[in-house]
Ligand binder design. Structure first.
Ligand code: ADP
Ligand code: MG
Length: 737
């Protein structure tokens, strides 16, 4: 022990000397000068004192004041100065991969180091971390995974949870776990950082924890709403009665008198605004879009524009969660004189990433989680209106270096109707995956645990999730994880997708299953343009032979793969009404899912290919059934066609772009589906036809309760629809025949 201590002491001294040498070097001095200009630097001593005296400290400060890049660094520097460099271990969580990566790189360079020395990062499937890494930026998910094997975070001295104002599900979850951990680890320090001022909630959650506010400064920002934009551009504004979700579209249409066909509504609105608005003086333009797909479609439009696509005058960049790190660095660079930088960003640029030279902001008013986030277990959300707080944050980005201008591309009355804050994620998303995670961390009763959240989800939502997990066989009657449940916790995807992957791996038909699971995680690759609906639906049905949207997707993807090899992927998509972006996304998701599976023991770790090219369609059908159960509906044939019924909803309908919607008859008794949506009637999205025996063997589980006279959900279903043949088979399986 004494020897060990000596080694650590020596190591700590070395670290201190190295740090001092950098700080005294000319580059180090210059960097320090730059850092000193950030508001957070002025609070350095107060922050460090507060952290040394309190177990929990909450720091709020305007975006760009230096929370993320400076505060973890202050702690690291002061630990190194105090010759504790070799024994401290600081973890700073970020809600998104891209911020963990870009911030760690920035901090390393501010310390005159390469990534992986004292500063590193770790996100899923990627990381840069060395033996001497003392400050680690990681995603919240990574820390949660670490807690799985290391409940007490042994050796960690500081945990910093960043961007808590976003109220993501993972962050809220982490806070409950950390709150439990604090009494067990009295020397551990917890620092929470928020970009908004409403820190009271967090403070009272942690027993009136100290709040430190970093005062920021922004220049005034002139604000325009859509009506002002129209006026500036000389468009006539006809009065409108009602603003719905398409308010923007309506106004633009009306102002130009003639309705126009639009591929991406938001992209078109922004394109018009970019062309029309008059950006006086130098400064970058930051455009808030909803996601990767919008950004891409706007990018294409702008490239085609003679003015905005001219690269000698415009530097067009994107900023979203799935961009490459080389792309990331570019957004911070200042363009050459006479070149206008335009950054198309998702809400990532709202508080996570600060681009310094922004003077103009265009805000489309909507946000969504990117489709790629499926990997982080976030269900795909449709774009929806942002909150007032978000709109203010977006506006604030324009006033970093000088007075700026913000164009909100929606009418003021829409803004007035925005919610003050966005609802925390834990209150608005299904909790199945979260419940599984609670179980895998051995945190006891799910509902008891969740009742201790910052804001607890509704009891009904929790019960629904638990019930669902029992039905799919991930939890047993006593809410304990089953073997299946344990496997599912290893795959950070929705349980139904995880089930398909697992059984696909076991049955050695992974290739098509990877395509299906990836396809369900991205935006629907089958496009149905409003004016070419029939053509598009006909194009889709070419891929259908077997009453399955999921298998149609597999065929479409395989065709694309072949075309792509001849560099004809785009043509193929164009001809077949497929989204090339979705196809590419599927391609990369397949790889990610495959490497996830290699982390389990179900796929041989040395396997590099998963190309079981020939596969049995019935087998895939069974795998789909295994994953999608209990999403089942019964097919009831009448003379001319068929009706669909579920137990809960009665009659349901198919979306018109489902291949099954074009079939006069379906020679199967059931459909399994992955999503149902209530509009006026209940509509099923993608569906696959399955047989009785498939449903029995790959659908619901026959728990012990069945034999005791209780029907499982599947049993109830069968009884409800009185299918004689299947009832017989069922009774036979129950051992009663
Ligand atoms: P906060 O977390 O308070 O929003 P940050 O610490 O992220 O603030 O940013 C502080 C400053 O550092 C900002 O002015 C930002 O533009 C700058 N910055 C952050 N990352 C980089 C980078 N990779 N390159 C250049 N400047 C950066
Ligand atoms: Mg930050």
């Amino acid at each position: 022990k004494v020897v060990m201590e000596k080694i650590l002491w020596r190591r700590s001294l070395q670290l201190r000397d190295k740090q001092q040498a950098w700080q005294e070097s000319p580059e180090g001095r210059k960097m320090l000068e730059l850092r000193r200009s950030l508001p957070a630097y002025k609070e350095k001593d107060a922050l460090l004192t507060a952290i040394s005296r309190n177990q929990v400290v909450i720091i709020s400060g305007e975006t760009g004041c230096g929370k993320t890049t400076q505060i973890p660094q202050f702690i690291l520097e002061s630990e190194i100065e105090a010759v504790r460099g070799a024994v401290c271990s600081i973890i700073c969580t970020q809600p998104r991969r891209i911020s963990a990566m870009s911030v760690s790189e920035r901090v390393a360079s501010e310390r005159g180091e390469k990534l992986g020395e004292s500063v590193g990062y770790k996100v899923r499937l990627e990381g840069m971390k060395g033996r001497d890494t003392r400050l680690l930026f990681c995603t919240t998910g990574i820390l949660l995974r670490r807690l799985l094997v290391d409940r007490n975070l042994k050796g960690v001295t500081h945990v910093i949870v960043d961007e808590i104002h976003e109220r993501g599900m993972n962050e809220d979850f982490l806070l409950i776990v950390l709150k439990d951990l604090l009494p067990r680890r009295p020397e551990l320090r917890l620092i929470l950082m928020s970009a908004t001022l409403d820190s009271e909630l967090f403070s009272s959650y942690f027993g009136r924890a100290q709040i430190i506010h970093v005062p920021g400064f922004t220049y005034p920002v002139r604000t325009h709403f859509l009506e002002d934009v129209l006026e500036i551009t000389g468009c006539r504004l006809t009065p409108y009665n009602q603003i719905d979700d398409y308010g923007q579209e309506k106004m633009w249409k009306m102002s130009k008198q003639a309705p126009r066909k639009r591929k991406s509504q938001i992209a078109s609105v922004v394109e018009d605004a970019l062309k029309a608005a008059d950006f006086n003086g130098p400064g970058a333009i930051l455009v808030f879009m909803t996601g990767w797909d919008d950004i891409n479609s706007l990018k294409e439009k702008l490239h085609a524009n003679p003015l905005l696509g001219d690269s000698s005058r415009v530097l067009l960049l994107a900023c979203h969660g799935s961009m490459a790190s080389s792309e990331q660095r570019l957004i911070f660079d200042e363009p050459e004189d006479g070149v206008r930088k335009i950054v198309l960003a998702t809400n990532i640029a709202e508080t996570s990433i600060t681009i310094n030279d922004v003077v103009f902001v265009l805000d489309c008013g909507k946000a969504k989680e990117t489709s790629y986030d499926a990997l982080n277990n976030t269900p795909c959300l449709l774009p929806s209106w942002i909150s007032k707080v978000s709109a203010q944050q977006r506006r604030g980005r324009a006033g970093r270096v000088q007075p700026g201008e913000c164009y909100h591309l929606y009418p003021r009355c829409v803004y007035d109707a925005f919610a003050e804050y966005q609802l925390p994620e834990i209150l608005r998303t299904p909790l199945q995956s979260l419940c599984l995670q609670i179980k895998s961390l051995n945190l006891g009763s799910i509902s008891e645990f969740l009742s201790r959240a910052l804001q607890s989800p509704e009891l009904l939502a929790v019960q629904n999730a638990i019930e669902y997990l029992k039905i799919i066989g991930a939890l047993d009657e006593n809410e304990n994880l089953t073997v299946l449940g344990r496997y599912l916790t290893m795959l950070p995807v929705e349980p139904k997708l995880g089930k398909m992957l697992l059984v696909g791996a076991i049955l050695n038909c992974l290739d098509p299953v990877l395509t299906i699971v990836s396809g369900l995680s991205v935006r629907d690759p089958f496009l149905t343009p409003f004016d070419k609906k029939d053509l598009a639906e006909a194009a889709k049905s070419q891929f259908s032979r077997d009453y399955s949207d999921h298998l149609a997707l597999v065929r479409a993807y395989e065709g694309w793969k072949v075309a792509e090899r001849d560099f004809a992927g785009y043509d193929y998509c164009w001809k077949n009404f497929l989204s090339a972006q979705s196809m590419k996304a599927i391609d990369s998701l397949r790889k990610e899912f495959f490497s996830l599976l290699r982390d389990t023991d179900l796929v041989d770790a040395n396997t590099t290919t998963h190309n079981a090219w020939s596969y049995d369609e019935h087998l895939i059908r069974a795998v789909i059934c295994y994953g999608l159960y209990p999403g089942i509906c019964s097919v009831v044939h009448n003379e001319k066609s068929f009706l669909l019924k579920t137990m809960e909803d009665g009659q349901v309908l198919l979306y018109s772009n489902s291949v099954n919607a074009r079939e006069p008859k379906i020679p199967y008794p059931w459909l399994v589906f992955n999503e149902k949506i209530k509009v006026n009637s209940v509509f099923l999205r993608d569906s696959t036809a399955v047989s009785d025996s498939m449903l029995l063997l790959f659908g619901g589980s026959f728990s012990k309760g069945t034999l005791d006279g209780h029907l499982t959900m599947l049993g109830g279903y069968l009884e409800f629809f009185m299918k004689p043949a299947i009832a017989e088979l069922y009774l036979c399986l129950k051992g009663e025949l």
